[in-house]
Design a binder for this molecule. Structure first.
Ligand SMILES: Nc1ncnc2c1ncn2[C@@H]1O[C@H](COP(=O)(O)OP(=O)(O)OP(=O)(O)O)[C@@H](O)[C@H]1O
Ligand SMILES: O=C(O)[C@@H](O)C(=O)CO
Length: 436
Protein backbone atom coordinates (compact mmCIF):
# COMPACT_ATOMS: atom_id res chain seq x y z
CA UNK A 1 0.00 0.00 0.00
CA UNK A 2 1.04 3.62 -0.56
CA UNK A 3 2.45 5.84 2.16
CA UNK A 4 -0.59 7.35 3.87
CA UNK A 5 0.93 10.03 6.07
CA UNK A 6 3.94 12.23 5.54
CA UNK A 7 4.92 14.35 8.54
CA UNK A 8 7.30 17.22 9.01
CA UNK A 9 8.32 17.78 12.63
CA UNK A 10 9.94 21.01 13.73
CA UNK A 11 12.24 19.25 16.19
CA UNK A 12 13.68 15.80 16.80
CA UNK A 13 11.98 14.93 20.09
CA UNK A 14 8.68 16.00 18.56
CA UNK A 15 9.34 13.70 15.61
CA UNK A 16 9.86 10.62 17.78
CA UNK A 17 6.81 11.65 19.83
CA UNK A 18 4.63 11.64 16.70
CA UNK A 19 6.25 8.50 15.26
CA UNK A 20 5.63 6.74 18.57
CA UNK A 21 1.91 7.54 18.49
CA UNK A 22 1.57 6.48 14.86
CA UNK A 23 3.28 3.16 15.63
CA UNK A 24 1.01 2.67 18.62
CA UNK A 25 -1.93 3.29 16.28
CA UNK A 26 -0.67 0.37 14.17
CA UNK A 27 1.15 2.24 11.40
CA UNK A 28 4.50 1.09 10.08
CA UNK A 29 6.42 4.29 10.56
CA UNK A 30 9.95 5.41 9.77
CA UNK A 31 11.64 8.53 11.14
CA UNK A 32 14.17 10.26 8.91
CA UNK A 33 16.39 13.02 10.28
CA UNK A 34 16.93 16.08 8.10
CA UNK A 35 15.66 16.50 4.54
CA UNK A 36 16.42 13.16 2.86
CA UNK A 37 18.70 13.21 -0.15
CA UNK A 38 17.79 9.77 -1.48
CA UNK A 39 14.50 7.95 -2.14
CA UNK A 40 13.00 6.05 0.80
CA UNK A 41 14.02 2.66 -0.55
CA UNK A 42 17.65 3.68 -0.55
CA UNK A 43 17.45 4.77 3.09
CA UNK A 44 15.53 2.05 4.93
CA UNK A 45 14.33 -1.51 4.50
CA UNK A 46 10.85 -1.10 2.99
CA UNK A 47 10.14 -4.81 2.51
CA UNK A 48 7.56 -4.90 5.37
CA UNK A 49 5.84 -1.80 3.98
CA UNK A 50 5.85 1.78 5.24
CA UNK A 51 2.61 3.59 6.10
CA UNK A 52 4.06 6.80 7.52
CA UNK A 53 7.28 8.77 7.24
CA UNK A 54 8.17 11.44 9.81
CA UNK A 55 10.90 13.86 8.78
CA UNK A 56 12.61 15.53 11.75
CA UNK A 57 13.85 19.06 11.13
CA UNK A 58 15.57 21.54 13.43
CA UNK A 59 13.22 24.31 12.37
CA UNK A 60 11.51 25.45 15.57
CA UNK A 61 13.76 28.31 16.53
CA UNK A 62 15.86 29.02 13.44
CA UNK A 63 15.04 32.09 11.29
CA UNK A 64 11.58 31.78 9.69
CA UNK A 65 12.90 31.81 6.10
CA UNK A 66 15.16 28.82 6.83
CA UNK A 67 12.34 26.96 8.56
CA UNK A 68 10.12 27.55 5.51
CA UNK A 69 12.81 26.51 3.02
CA UNK A 70 13.64 23.28 4.92
CA UNK A 71 9.96 22.43 5.38
CA UNK A 72 9.21 22.95 1.67
CA UNK A 73 12.19 20.77 0.75
CA UNK A 74 10.87 18.06 3.08
CA UNK A 75 7.40 18.43 1.53
CA UNK A 76 8.82 18.07 -1.99
CA UNK A 77 10.55 14.82 -0.96
CA UNK A 78 7.35 13.49 0.64
CA UNK A 79 5.29 14.45 -2.41
CA UNK A 80 7.73 12.58 -4.62
CA UNK A 81 7.15 9.51 -2.42
CA UNK A 82 3.37 9.98 -2.90
CA UNK A 83 1.81 10.62 0.54
CA UNK A 84 -1.96 11.12 0.98
CA UNK A 85 -1.97 13.53 3.92
CA UNK A 86 0.64 15.95 5.27
CA UNK A 87 1.08 16.56 9.02
CA UNK A 88 3.06 19.54 10.28
CA UNK A 89 4.08 18.54 13.84
CA UNK A 90 4.97 21.23 16.35
CA UNK A 91 5.08 21.31 20.10
CA UNK A 92 2.09 20.56 22.32
CA UNK A 93 3.02 23.84 24.03
CA UNK A 94 2.94 25.69 20.66
CA UNK A 95 6.61 26.75 21.07
CA UNK A 96 7.23 29.69 18.76
CA UNK A 97 8.11 33.37 18.70
CA UNK A 98 6.14 36.30 17.27
CA UNK A 99 8.08 35.81 14.02
CA UNK A 100 7.24 32.14 13.73
CA UNK A 101 7.83 29.50 12.92
CA UNK A 102 4.43 27.82 13.20
CA UNK A 103 2.60 30.52 11.20
CA UNK A 104 5.06 30.93 8.31
CA UNK A 105 5.67 27.17 7.89
CA UNK A 106 1.92 26.36 7.98
CA UNK A 107 1.29 29.09 5.41
CA UNK A 108 4.02 27.87 3.08
CA UNK A 109 2.91 24.23 3.30
CA UNK A 110 -0.76 25.15 2.79
CA UNK A 111 0.07 27.25 -0.24
CA UNK A 112 2.22 24.53 -1.83
CA UNK A 113 -0.47 21.91 -1.17
CA UNK A 114 -3.30 24.17 -2.35
CA UNK A 115 -5.00 23.70 1.04
CA UNK A 116 -7.62 26.45 1.59
CA UNK A 117 -7.89 25.67 5.28
CA UNK A 118 -5.99 23.81 7.96
CA UNK A 119 -6.45 23.05 11.65
CA UNK A 120 -4.13 23.74 14.58
CA UNK A 121 -4.45 20.92 17.15
CA UNK A 122 -1.57 21.07 19.62
CA UNK A 123 -3.34 19.26 22.50
CA UNK A 124 -1.87 16.10 24.01
CA UNK A 125 -4.23 15.33 26.92
CA UNK A 126 -2.34 12.26 28.21
CA UNK A 127 0.53 14.66 28.98
CA UNK A 128 -1.77 17.36 30.37
CA UNK A 129 -1.88 19.66 27.31
CA UNK A 130 -5.46 20.76 26.63
CA UNK A 131 -7.02 23.71 24.82
CA UNK A 132 -10.21 25.50 25.90
CA UNK A 133 -11.64 28.66 24.31
CA UNK A 134 -8.39 28.75 22.36
CA UNK A 135 -6.29 28.89 25.55
CA UNK A 136 -3.61 26.28 26.08
CA UNK A 137 -3.26 24.68 29.49
CA UNK A 138 -0.45 22.50 30.84
CA UNK A 139 -2.06 20.54 33.65
CA UNK A 140 -4.11 23.11 35.55
CA UNK A 141 -1.93 26.10 34.57
CA UNK A 142 -2.25 28.39 31.60
CA UNK A 143 0.66 28.03 29.17
CA UNK A 144 2.20 31.33 30.27
CA UNK A 145 2.24 30.24 33.92
CA UNK A 146 3.51 26.67 33.59
CA UNK A 147 7.25 27.35 33.30
CA UNK A 148 7.18 27.81 29.52
CA UNK A 149 7.35 31.58 30.06
CA UNK A 150 11.04 30.96 30.94
CA UNK A 151 11.95 28.79 27.95
CA UNK A 152 15.50 29.70 26.80
CA UNK A 153 14.61 30.02 23.10
CA UNK A 154 10.83 30.23 22.71
CA UNK A 155 9.38 31.72 25.90
CA UNK A 156 5.59 31.40 25.78
CA UNK A 157 4.03 34.42 27.49
CA UNK A 158 0.54 34.26 25.99
CA UNK A 159 -1.82 31.28 26.35
CA UNK A 160 -4.36 32.53 23.77
CA UNK A 161 -3.38 30.55 20.68
CA UNK A 162 -5.66 32.48 18.33
CA UNK A 163 -3.81 35.62 19.36
CA UNK A 164 -0.37 33.93 19.27
CA UNK A 165 -0.92 32.55 15.78
CA UNK A 166 -2.43 35.80 14.50
CA UNK A 167 0.92 37.48 15.25
CA UNK A 168 2.70 34.95 12.98
CA UNK A 169 0.46 34.86 9.93
CA UNK A 170 -1.50 37.20 7.70
CA UNK A 171 -4.13 34.46 7.26
CA UNK A 172 -7.37 34.90 9.22
CA UNK A 173 -7.32 32.76 12.39
CA UNK A 174 -10.47 31.40 14.04
CA UNK A 175 -11.56 28.91 16.69
CA UNK A 176 -13.40 25.59 16.70
CA UNK A 177 -14.87 25.71 20.21
CA UNK A 178 -15.43 22.72 22.48
CA UNK A 179 -19.20 23.28 22.29
CA UNK A 180 -19.06 22.34 18.60
CA UNK A 181 -16.58 19.46 19.00
CA UNK A 182 -18.80 17.93 21.70
CA UNK A 183 -21.51 17.59 19.02
CA UNK A 184 -19.37 15.22 16.98
CA UNK A 185 -17.34 15.06 13.78
CA UNK A 186 -20.18 16.05 11.43
CA UNK A 187 -20.88 19.24 13.39
CA UNK A 188 -17.14 19.95 13.57
CA UNK A 189 -16.75 19.50 9.81
CA UNK A 190 -19.74 21.79 9.25
CA UNK A 191 -18.26 24.43 11.53
CA UNK A 192 -14.93 24.25 9.70
CA UNK A 193 -16.83 24.70 6.43
CA UNK A 194 -18.62 27.77 7.80
CA UNK A 195 -15.33 29.24 9.01
CA UNK A 196 -13.88 28.61 5.56
CA UNK A 197 -16.78 30.46 3.92
CA UNK A 198 -16.05 33.39 6.21
CA UNK A 199 -12.46 33.29 4.95
CA UNK A 200 -10.96 31.73 8.10
CA UNK A 201 -8.18 29.50 6.84
CA UNK A 202 -6.42 28.69 10.16
CA UNK A 203 -8.64 27.06 12.78
CA UNK A 204 -7.33 26.59 16.31
CA UNK A 205 -9.22 23.65 17.81
CA UNK A 206 -10.27 23.28 21.43
CA UNK A 207 -9.50 19.82 22.84
CA UNK A 208 -10.17 18.56 26.34
CA UNK A 209 -9.62 14.84 26.01
CA UNK A 210 -8.96 11.95 23.69
CA UNK A 211 -12.61 11.81 22.69
CA UNK A 212 -12.23 15.34 21.28
CA UNK A 213 -9.08 14.27 19.44
CA UNK A 214 -10.94 11.31 17.90
CA UNK A 215 -13.74 13.66 16.78
CA UNK A 216 -11.22 16.06 15.26
CA UNK A 217 -9.35 13.24 13.50
CA UNK A 218 -12.62 12.09 11.90
CA UNK A 219 -13.43 15.66 10.84
CA UNK A 220 -10.07 16.33 9.17
CA UNK A 221 -9.04 12.97 7.74
CA UNK A 222 -9.63 14.29 4.20
CA UNK A 223 -7.71 17.54 4.71
CA UNK A 224 -4.53 17.64 2.64
CA UNK A 225 -2.73 19.39 5.53
CA UNK A 226 -3.22 19.06 9.27
CA UNK A 227 -1.04 20.63 11.94
CA UNK A 228 -0.57 20.01 15.63
CA UNK A 229 0.90 17.84 18.34
CA UNK A 230 1.19 14.08 18.47
CA UNK A 231 -2.23 13.72 20.15
CA UNK A 232 -3.95 14.16 16.78
CA UNK A 233 -1.45 11.65 15.34
CA UNK A 234 -2.64 9.14 17.92
CA UNK A 235 -6.17 9.25 16.48
CA UNK A 236 -5.56 9.45 12.72
CA UNK A 237 -4.55 5.79 12.15
CA UNK A 238 -8.03 4.55 13.13
CA UNK A 239 -9.55 6.94 10.58
CA UNK A 240 -7.16 5.76 7.86
CA UNK A 241 -8.01 2.16 8.70
CA UNK A 242 -11.75 2.87 8.42
CA UNK A 243 -11.16 4.26 4.94
CA UNK A 244 -9.26 1.12 3.97
CA UNK A 245 -5.99 3.02 3.54
CA UNK A 246 -4.14 0.77 6.00
CA UNK A 247 -3.76 -2.97 6.34
CA UNK A 248 -5.28 -4.51 9.43
CA UNK A 249 -3.36 -3.74 12.65
CA UNK A 250 0.31 -4.44 12.05
CA UNK A 251 2.89 -5.52 14.58
CA UNK A 252 5.40 -2.67 14.66
CA UNK A 253 8.16 -5.21 15.29
CA UNK A 254 10.72 -5.38 18.06
CA UNK A 255 14.06 -3.67 18.27
CA UNK A 256 17.23 -5.73 18.60
CA UNK A 257 18.47 -6.07 22.22
CA UNK A 258 20.49 -3.02 23.25
CA UNK A 259 24.16 -3.14 24.13
CA UNK A 260 26.89 -0.76 25.27
CA UNK A 261 27.12 1.64 28.16
CA UNK A 262 24.40 4.08 29.21
CA UNK A 263 24.62 7.86 28.93
CA UNK A 264 22.17 10.73 29.41
CA UNK A 265 22.80 14.11 27.75
CA UNK A 266 20.55 16.98 28.74
CA UNK A 267 20.33 20.45 27.26
CA UNK A 268 16.72 20.91 28.27
CA UNK A 269 15.92 23.54 30.92
CA UNK A 270 12.24 22.64 31.07
CA UNK A 271 10.59 22.16 34.46
CA UNK A 272 10.18 18.40 34.08
CA UNK A 273 13.79 17.92 32.98
CA UNK A 274 15.15 19.90 35.94
CA UNK A 275 13.34 17.54 38.34
CA UNK A 276 14.57 14.52 36.36
CA UNK A 277 18.17 15.77 36.57
CA UNK A 278 17.89 16.17 40.37
CA UNK A 279 16.39 12.71 40.72
CA UNK A 280 19.16 11.14 38.64
CA UNK A 281 21.97 13.00 40.44
CA UNK A 282 20.76 11.63 43.78
CA UNK A 283 21.50 8.13 42.45
CA UNK A 284 24.15 8.32 39.73
CA UNK A 285 27.13 10.48 38.72
CA UNK A 286 26.66 13.64 36.70
CA UNK A 287 28.66 16.59 35.37
CA UNK A 288 27.22 20.11 34.98
CA UNK A 289 28.31 22.01 31.88
CA UNK A 290 28.56 25.78 32.28
CA UNK A 291 28.04 27.77 29.04
CA UNK A 292 30.36 30.56 30.22
CA UNK A 293 33.15 28.08 30.96
CA UNK A 294 32.57 26.50 27.54
CA UNK A 295 33.02 29.93 25.95
CA UNK A 296 36.49 30.25 27.47
CA UNK A 297 38.09 27.38 25.57
CA UNK A 298 38.27 23.59 25.43
CA UNK A 299 39.33 22.88 29.03
CA UNK A 300 35.80 22.60 30.45
CA UNK A 301 34.74 20.22 27.70
CA UNK A 302 37.88 18.16 28.34
CA UNK A 303 36.97 17.89 32.03
CA UNK A 304 33.47 16.71 31.13
CA UNK A 305 34.86 14.08 28.80
CA UNK A 306 37.35 12.81 31.37
CA UNK A 307 34.60 12.69 34.00
CA UNK A 308 32.31 10.71 31.68
CA UNK A 309 35.04 8.22 30.78
CA UNK A 310 35.81 7.55 34.45
CA UNK A 311 32.16 7.23 35.41
CA UNK A 312 31.26 5.02 32.45
CA UNK A 313 34.17 2.72 33.33
CA UNK A 314 32.50 2.37 36.74
CA UNK A 315 29.39 0.95 35.07
CA UNK A 316 27.21 4.03 34.45
CA UNK A 317 24.66 5.35 33.74
CA UNK A 318 26.12 8.85 33.64
CA UNK A 319 24.54 12.27 33.09
CA UNK A 320 26.17 15.25 31.35
CA UNK A 321 23.91 18.29 31.50
CA UNK A 322 23.66 22.01 30.92
CA UNK A 323 20.10 22.06 32.28
CA UNK A 324 19.77 25.01 34.63
CA UNK A 325 17.05 27.07 36.27
CA UNK A 326 15.70 30.31 34.78
CA UNK A 327 18.09 32.56 36.76
CA UNK A 328 21.21 30.71 35.64
CA UNK A 329 20.00 30.55 32.04
CA UNK A 330 19.33 34.30 32.10
CA UNK A 331 22.82 34.90 33.50
CA UNK A 332 24.46 32.86 30.73
CA UNK A 333 22.32 34.53 28.07
CA UNK A 334 23.15 38.01 29.35
CA UNK A 335 26.86 37.19 29.24
CA UNK A 336 26.91 35.37 25.91
CA UNK A 337 23.69 36.21 24.07
CA UNK A 338 20.73 33.81 23.74
CA UNK A 339 21.90 32.29 20.48
CA UNK A 340 25.54 31.80 21.44
CA UNK A 341 24.68 30.29 24.85
CA UNK A 342 22.41 27.73 23.19
CA UNK A 343 24.90 26.96 20.43
CA UNK A 344 27.78 26.45 22.86
CA UNK A 345 25.76 23.94 24.87
CA UNK A 346 24.48 22.12 21.78
CA UNK A 347 27.99 21.94 20.30
CA UNK A 348 29.48 20.66 23.56
CA UNK A 349 26.86 17.94 24.01
CA UNK A 350 27.27 16.94 20.35
CA UNK A 351 31.04 16.59 20.72
CA UNK A 352 30.63 14.55 23.90
CA UNK A 353 28.07 12.30 22.20
CA UNK A 354 30.32 11.67 19.19
CA UNK A 355 33.36 10.80 21.33
CA UNK A 356 31.52 8.64 23.83
CA UNK A 357 29.45 6.71 21.28
CA UNK A 358 32.67 5.99 19.37
CA UNK A 359 34.12 4.68 22.67
CA UNK A 360 31.26 2.29 23.44
CA UNK A 361 28.13 4.09 24.60
CA UNK A 362 25.26 2.13 23.06
CA UNK A 363 22.27 3.36 25.07
CA UNK A 364 21.81 7.10 24.84
CA UNK A 365 19.06 9.33 26.22
CA UNK A 366 19.00 12.95 25.01
CA UNK A 367 16.74 15.52 26.67
CA UNK A 368 15.53 18.55 24.72
CA UNK A 369 14.41 18.96 21.13
CA UNK A 370 17.04 21.45 19.97
CA UNK A 371 19.66 19.48 21.87
CA UNK A 372 18.52 16.21 20.31
CA UNK A 373 18.62 17.77 16.84
CA UNK A 374 22.23 18.81 17.36
CA UNK A 375 23.35 15.51 18.92
CA UNK A 376 21.59 13.22 16.46
CA UNK A 377 22.91 15.22 13.49
CA UNK A 378 26.46 15.10 14.89
CA UNK A 379 26.17 11.32 15.26
CA UNK A 380 25.08 11.05 11.63
CA UNK A 381 21.84 9.21 12.47
CA UNK A 382 19.75 9.41 9.31
CA UNK A 383 16.92 6.97 10.05
CA UNK A 384 15.37 5.53 13.20
CA UNK A 385 13.08 2.61 14.03
CA UNK A 386 10.61 3.07 16.87
CA UNK A 387 10.52 0.63 19.79
CA UNK A 388 9.13 0.36 23.31
CA UNK A 389 7.57 3.40 24.98
CA UNK A 390 9.30 4.74 28.10
CA UNK A 391 6.67 7.39 28.86
CA UNK A 392 3.84 8.86 26.76
CA UNK A 393 5.51 10.61 23.84
CA UNK A 394 8.96 9.08 24.37
CA UNK A 395 9.92 5.76 22.80
CA UNK A 396 13.24 3.98 22.55
CA UNK A 397 14.44 4.04 18.98
CA UNK A 398 17.23 2.29 17.17
CA UNK A 399 19.61 3.48 14.49
CA UNK A 400 22.35 1.92 12.45
CA UNK A 401 25.55 3.94 12.41
CA UNK A 402 28.36 3.71 9.90
CA UNK A 403 31.38 1.94 11.41
CA UNK A 404 29.39 0.52 14.34
CA UNK A 405 28.38 -3.12 14.34
CA UNK A 406 25.55 -3.09 16.92
CA UNK A 407 22.70 -0.62 16.53
CA UNK A 408 22.63 2.48 18.74
CA UNK A 409 19.63 2.69 21.09
CA UNK A 410 18.44 6.27 21.37
CA UNK A 411 15.66 7.93 23.34
CA UNK A 412 14.89 11.57 22.58
CA UNK A 413 12.95 13.11 25.45
CA UNK A 414 10.87 16.22 24.97
CA UNK A 415 11.64 18.79 27.64
CA UNK A 416 8.46 18.53 29.64
CA UNK A 417 7.70 14.84 29.13
CA UNK A 418 8.27 11.96 31.54
CA UNK A 419 7.98 11.41 35.27
CA UNK A 420 10.68 12.46 37.73
CA UNK A 421 12.44 9.08 37.50
CA UNK A 422 12.54 9.16 33.68
CA UNK A 423 16.33 9.05 33.28
CA UNK A 424 16.71 5.93 35.42
CA UNK A 425 13.48 4.28 34.26
CA UNK A 426 14.48 4.64 30.63
CA UNK A 427 17.30 2.12 31.01
CA UNK A 428 15.14 -0.25 33.04
CA UNK A 429 12.51 -0.66 30.30
CA UNK A 430 15.09 -1.29 27.57
CA UNK A 431 15.72 -4.89 26.64
CA UNK A 432 19.47 -5.46 26.74
CA UNK A 433 21.67 -8.15 25.28
CA UNK A 434 21.93 -11.18 27.52
CA UNK A 435 18.86 -10.20 29.59
CA UNK A 436 16.51 -13.13 30.29
N1 LIG B 1 22.56 26.65 31.02
C1 LIG B 1 22.08 27.10 29.86
N2 LIG B 1 22.14 28.41 29.55
C2 LIG B 1 21.64 28.84 28.37
N3 LIG B 1 21.08 28.06 27.43
C3 LIG B 1 21.02 26.74 27.69
C4 LIG B 1 21.51 26.21 28.92
N4 LIG B 1 21.31 24.88 28.92
C5 LIG B 1 20.73 24.60 27.75
N5 LIG B 1 20.54 25.69 27.00
C6 LIG B 1 19.93 25.78 25.66
O1 LIG B 1 18.53 25.82 25.82
C7 LIG B 1 17.90 25.20 24.70
C8 LIG B 1 16.92 24.18 25.24
O2 LIG B 1 16.10 23.75 24.19
P1 LIG B 1 15.75 22.24 23.96
O3 LIG B 1 14.80 22.22 22.80
O4 LIG B 1 16.96 21.40 23.84
O5 LIG B 1 15.01 21.81 25.29
P2 LIG B 1 13.45 21.84 25.60
O6 LIG B 1 12.84 23.04 24.98
O7 LIG B 1 13.29 21.64 27.05
O8 LIG B 1 12.94 20.54 24.86
P3 LIG B 1 11.65 20.33 23.91
O9 LIG B 1 11.76 21.30 22.79
O10 LIG B 1 11.80 18.91 23.48
O11 LIG B 1 10.46 20.58 24.79
C9 LIG B 1 19.01 24.57 23.87
O12 LIG B 1 19.33 25.38 22.78
C10 LIG B 1 20.18 24.53 24.86
O13 LIG B 1 21.42 24.55 24.21
O1 LIG C 1 4.60 18.00 21.37
C1 LIG C 1 5.45 17.98 22.27
O2 LIG C 1 5.29 18.49 23.38
C2 LIG C 1 6.78 17.36 21.96
O3 LIG C 1 6.67 16.37 21.01
C3 LIG C 1 7.71 18.40 21.44
O4 LIG C 1 7.59 18.82 20.33
C4 LIG C 1 8.76 18.89 22.34
O5 LIG C 1 9.81 19.47 21.64
Amino acid sequence: MAIVLGAIADDFTGATDLANNLVRGGMRCVQLNGVPELPLEALVDTSRGVDAVVIALKSRSCPADKAVADSLAALAWLQAEGVRQLFFKYCSTFDSTDEGNIGPVSDALAERLGACQTVMVPAFPVNGRTVYQGHLFVGDRLLNECGMQHHPLTPMRDADLVRVLARQTSQPVGLVPRLVIAQGSEATRRHLGELSQQGVSRAVCDTLDEGDLATLAAAVVDFSLVTGGSGLGQMLPAQYRQRGWLDELTDPGQLAPASGSALVLSGSCSTATLAQVDHFLARHPGFALDPQALAEGDAHLGEALAFARRALAGGGPVLLYASADADRVRQAQQALGVKRAGELVEAALSTLASSLVAEGVGRLVVAGGETAGAVVSALGVRAMRIGEQIAPGVPWTQATLAGREAPLSLALKSGNFGDTDFFTRAFEVLTTEGAP
